[in-house]
Design a protein around this ligand. Structure first.
Ligand SMILES: [Zn+2]
Length: 502
């Protein structure tokens, strides 16, 4: 159990009952991983570790509601790619991963997220090539120290390339058996890592889908996450299967209509917008801000799904694994659409609506993320009784100076980088201190693969480099054009939909 801890003299970002952020000078006493007391002048005792937060802003830990943690070895390769290319050069490269590759990819991702201030992540873990692959994903997540809803993902497993073929049965006996075993074994990592469920294989039909979700529901899973795309209407599909409820977390949303948005809100379901990948990969406007939604903000209607939205990184193989960065990109993109809405009419807006404020962006990255995983009573804000998931940012850094003193929320959303994040605490345990990641304790589930009890970041980095080289060599052998053609045939992509701009 974590030691008691007292954070003194910081400026904490406290949410009031209307979810406004009130910067408040306060001490924070942490006991048993929980915020026990918020008050000025709390006296330290001998048993308590004191952290001096003078000149620090203390934020609730950030919540990332859509991430594929295994993809660290693929970073950089998608810089100029669109979704269909990524599917082959990214998603389908799961076939090149051994369980050991999964461990180092996953732990690298979770540490990148922690270093950037993310304390909770929803992992859409489509790396279930075998039971061992899933288990190493969980072991790596537990080892990192992050809080996670690790969503076990039955998937179409690539069997070979040139030509692209898949294992014929995506629901072999081991797939749901392993899910059941893991559900019975969890939670992992001292309770920080709980099992969720991810699913995209609607094409298997009602018998298979109903049978799968009978098991998922039977195990009491609280988060079911699915990809929304512009190729099919996942909101209606979820509704049709009786799955559109508080458990449902739809990433992207794609072609969401206003009717879909209303259904999502009525059901208490949530959306995860991932601005970087959505903007890059022609996946529709990020739906996290009302003004980005095709409703009429100008008419004063608060349409859209901002009330049920949150933010995700999606592919850290494509973009930085920082949820603050996603909040910034999403906000500025939505402001652009807001502005264009008027300039296209030959008008100029005088001010921004509250829904496009830095506070709104901050809330998407904190309390709205917590709501998306039904943990709003435990994480996402700094309050007594909440988990001690905290991020201390340096108010005196070159990036933050001036802004941090004027408006700490603006400083975080528009001026900060992961380098400004001095300390990260999850469940009352320090994971980053003085700007550096601390060594991790390797979870028992990975001890055979790692061969030692603790790992420094520098050791992890070397293993990622080695693993990346092997995976990259194999990827270079793949006939990408052939695989894309086969995939589009499988997906029944209509002829004439795809535009080749070269
Ligand atoms: Zn995704």
């Amino acid at each position: 159990m974590a030691r008691a801890m007292l954070i003194k003299n910081g400026i904490a970002l406290i949410h009031d009952s209307n979810n406004h952020v009130i910067p408040t000078k306060t001490d924070i006493l942490i006991q048993d991983g929980t915020i026990a007391k918020l008050a000025g002048g709390i006296q330290a005792t001998d048993e308590v570790e004191v952290i001096d937060a003078t000149d620090k802003i203390i934020s609730p830990g950030f919540v990332d509601t859509h991430h594929h943690g295994w993809q660290t070895q693929l970073k950089g390769r998608h810089a100029n790619e669109l979704l269909l290319q990524y599917m082959v050069t990214g998603n389908y490269q799961h076939a090149q991963y051994s369980p050991k590759d999964v461990f180092y990819g996953q732990v690298g991702a979770m540490l990148e997220a922690l270093a950037a201030g993310t304390t909770t992540v929803v992992d859409h873990a489509h790396i279930t090539n075998s039971p061992d692959h899933a288990k190493q994903g969980i072991a790596a997540t537990a080892s990192s120290g992050i809080r996670s809803v690790f969503c076990y993902t039955p998937m179409a497993i690539v069997k070979s390339f040139n030509p692209l073929t898949f294992h014929p049965n995506p629901l072999e006996e081991w797939v749901m058996r392993t899910f059941s075993e893991l559900a019975d074994q969890g939670p992992f990592g001292d309770g920080r890592v709980t099992l969720g469920f991810a699913w995209d294989q609607w094409f298997l039909g009602p018998d298979a889908v109903n049978s799968v979700f009978e098991k998922v529901t039977g195990k009491g899973v609280k988060t079911i996450t699915v990809h929304g795309t512009s190729l099919f209407n996942v909101t209606q599909i979820l509704k049709g299967y009786g799955l559109l409820d508080r458990r449902a977390l739809i990433s992207h949303g794609g072609n969401l209509t206003q009717e879909d948005a209303d259904l999502i809100k009525e059901a208490g379901a949530h959306v995860s917008a991932t601005p970087s990948t959505e903007l890059q990969m022609s996946m529709g406007r990020p739906l996290c801000f009302d003004a980005a939604f095709p409703g009429d903000v100008a008419a004063g209607k608060r349409v859209g799904v901002q009330s049920n939205a949150s933010l995700g990184v999606d592919c850290h193989s494509n973009n930085a694994g920082s949820i603050i960065s996603e909040a910034r990109i999403g906000l500025q993109n939505a402001r652009n659409h807001f502005g264009e809405h008027y300039t296209h009419q030959g008008k100029l807006p005088k001010n921004l609506p509250d829904s496009l404020s830095v506070e709104a962006a901050f809330n998407l990255a904190t309390i709205k993320g917590a709501e998306a995983v039904n943990l709003e009573q435990e994480i996402g804000k700094i309050a007594e009784g909440y988990k001690a998931d905290l991020v201390l940012l340096d108010a005196m850094s070159p990036g933050m100076i001036g802004a941090a003193q004027h408006d700490p929320v603006a400083a975080i959303i528009l001026h900060s980088s992961p380098a400004d994040i001095d300390t990260v605490i999850v469940d009352g345990i320090v994971r980053k201190r003085d700007g550096k990641l601390l060594p991790i304790s390797v979870d028992a589930g990975a001890s055979g693969i790692v061969g030692k009890e603790t790992l420094e970041w520098s050791e992890i980095a070397k293993e990622i480099v080695k693993s990346r080289e092997v995976i990259q060599k194999e990827t270079e052998k793949v006939d990408v054009a052939e695989a894309m053609g086969t995939m589009m045939g499988m997906w029944q992509v209509p002829a004439g939909l795809i535009v080749d701009v070269n």
